[in-house]
Ligand binder design. Structure first.
Ligand SMILES: NC(=O)C1=CN([C@@H]2O[C@H](COP(=O)(O)OP(=O)(O)OC[C@H]3O[C@@H](n4cnc5c(N)ncnc54)[C@H](OP(=O)(O)O)[C@@H]3O)[C@@H](O)[C@H]2O)C=CC1
Ligand SMILES: CC(=O)C(C)=O
Length: 320
C-alpha cells in the first residue's frame, strides 16, 4: 500500500496533501496514464485548470482508479481554476459545472480564480481585440465580484474550498476587505529564483497558504528562451543535490515543503513522477534553506506578458 502523504491545514480546517501533480502542458494522450500511475504510487492531489484543455483526460485517470478500488473520491484532492473569460458573476457557476463535467466529478476540493485578470467573455479563451494585432481583449469585471459569485458554490457543496492564483499582495488585501469566505491559498510561481518571501510573509499573516507552481522552473514552458537560466541545471542546486545524494528536483520540491508551502511539480514521466514524490525521507537543514533563499533573482517564468496593460495585471508596477 502507498504511504500516506503529509497534509497541511487550510484556514477553514480542511486539509490538503503537501504535494500534488501539476497537469499544465501534460498532453491529453499522456495525462491519463500519468494520473493513474501517480495514484498507484501515492499521489492524492491533482492540480488542474479549465484552460489546460486536458481535464477530461485527467478525469479518466481518476475514474479508472476509483473504479479499480485503489482510491475513493474522498481520498483525493482535486483543484481546478476558473479561466479569465468566465469572471462575470453570472458565468462563474457554469464555468465550474463545465470543469466538473470534464473531470467527471460532483465536487472539487478547491476552485481558484486562475488570474485576477478578466478577458472579454464569449469569444474563445484568448479573445483578440478589434485591431486584431494579437492583442487580447480585456473585460472590466472586477475580481472582487468574481469572488462574490464563487462564495455560494461552497454552500452548495460544489466546492469544498476556494482560493486565488497569481494575486499580488494588494489584490489579496482588496479581496479580504469584502470577502465573507477567506481564500485558503494563493497559488503562485515559486522557486529559488523567485522565492516570494514578501508575498509569503503577507499570506502567512492572513492564514493563506502558498501553493508553489513551477517549482522546478517550468523548463517546458512554451515561451522558454535559450538565454534564460535553467533552474534544474543550476550548478548551486546541483551541488546541494550531490552532497545530499538527492536529485535536483527533489531538493527544489523539498525546499517548498520545508518552507511550509504546498508544491505541485508537473511530470508525465513515470520515473520522475515517482522520484518527485520520494521526498519524505529527508529535510533541508537551516543552512541549506538559507543558502537556497540566497539564489533569489526576482526571475519570473510565467509573467503573463500578453496581458500587460490590464488594470488588474498582478506583476506590473513592481508589486509583490
Ligand atoms: N496557477 C497558474 O497560473 C499556474 C499553475 N501551474 C501549475 O503548476 C504545475 C507545475 O508547474 P510547471 O510550470 O508545469 O513546471 P514545473 O516546474 O513543475 O516543471 C515541469 C517540467 O519539469 C520536468 N520535470 C519534472 N520532474 C522532473 C525531474 N525530476 N527531473 C527533470 N525534469 C523534470 C517535466 O518534464 P516531463 O513532464 O516531461 O517529465 C516538465 O518539463 C503546472 O503543471 C500547473 O498544474 C503552472 C503555471 C501557472
Ligand atoms: C499555466 C497556467 O496556469 C497559466 C500560464 O495560466
Amino acid at each position: 500500500m502507498a504511504a500516506k502523504v503529509p497534509v497541511r491545514t487550510f484556514n477553514n480546517g480542511k486539509t490538503v496533501p503537501v504535494i500534488g501533480l501539476g497537469t499544465w502542458k501534460s498532453a491529453p494522450g499522456d495525462v491519463t496514464e500519468a494520473v493513474k500511475y501517480a495514484i498507484d504510487i501515492g499521489y492524492r492531489h491533482f492540480d488542474c485548470a479549465y484552460v489546460y484543455g486536458n481535464e477530461k483526460e485527467v478525469g479518466e485517470g481518476i475514474a479508472a482508479k476509483i473504479e479499480e478500488g485503489i482510491v475513493k473520491r474522498e481520498d483525493l484532492f482535486i483543484t481546478s481554476k476558473i479561466w479569465n473569460t468566465f469572471h462575470k458573476p453570472d458565468l462563474v457557476r457554469g464555468a465550474l459545472l463545465e470543469s466538473l463535467k470534464n473531470l467527471n466529478l460532483t465536487y472539487l476540493d478547491l476552485y481558484l480564480i486562475h488570474w485576477p485578470l478578466a478577458y472579454k467573455e464569449g469569444d474563445g479563451l484568448f479573445p483578440e481585440d478589434e485591431a486584431g494585432q494579437g492583442h487580447l481583449s480585456f473585460s472590466n469585471v472586477d475580481f472582487v465580484d468574481t469572488w462574490k459569485a464563487m462564495e455560494p458554490l461552497v454552500g452548495e457543496g460544489l466546492v469544498k474550498s476556494i482560493g486565488v492564483s497569481n494575486f499580488n499582495m494588494r489584490q489579496i488585501s482588496r479581496l479580504l476587505d469584502s470577502a465573507v469566505i477567506k481564500p485558503v491559498t494563493n497559488q503562485v510561481e515559486c522557486h529559488p529564483y523567485l522565492n516570494q518571501s514578501r508575498l509569503k510573509d503577507y499570506c502567512d499573516t492572513h492564514g493563506i497558504l502558498i501553493t508553489a507552481y513551477s517549482p522546478l522552473g517550468s523548463p517546458d514552458r512554451p515561451w522558454a528562451r535559450c538565454d534564460e537560466p535553467v533552474l534544474l541545471e543550476d550548478p548551486k542546486v546541483l551541488a546541494i543535490a550531490k552532497r545530499l545524494e538527492k536529485t535536483p528536483a527533489q531538493v527544489l520540491i523539498r525546499y517548498q515543503i520545508d518552507r511550509g508551502n504546498i508544491v505541485i511539480p508537473k511530470s508525465v514521466t513515470q520515473q520522475r513522477i515517482a522520484s518527485n514524490f520520494d521526498v519524505f525521507d529527508f529535510k533541508l537543514s537551516k543552512e541549506d534553506m538559507k543558502l537556497i533563499d540566497s539564489f533569489d533573482r526576482d526571475l519570473r517564468f510565467c509573467g503573463m506578458a500578453e496581458s500587460l496593460g490590464h488594470r488588474h495585471h498582478p506583476f506590473e508596477n513592481n508589486t509583490f
